[in-house]
Design a protein around this ligand. Sequence first.
Ligand SMILES: [Zn+2]
Length: 73
Amino acid sequence: MRCVVCGSEMVETRTDLPFKVGPSSIVIIKGLPVHSCTRCQEFALDDPVMEKVDKILGSVDESMELEVVHFAA
Ligand SMILES: [Zn+2]
């Protein structure tokens, strides 16, 4: 897989990413498997991972300001 921004090689890694789910609500998903660019800050998620992220974000309480969820592979 190549980076869409700079064309460099992307490597599989795990990282923690914040997602905004409401006006003042942020969910941090830990241990998320991503493809990360070796040169710039770009990253990409696989479709099955993205679907799980959608499910996680859909199930959180949006009245919380900050929630930390561990991504279960
Ligand atoms: Zn890049």
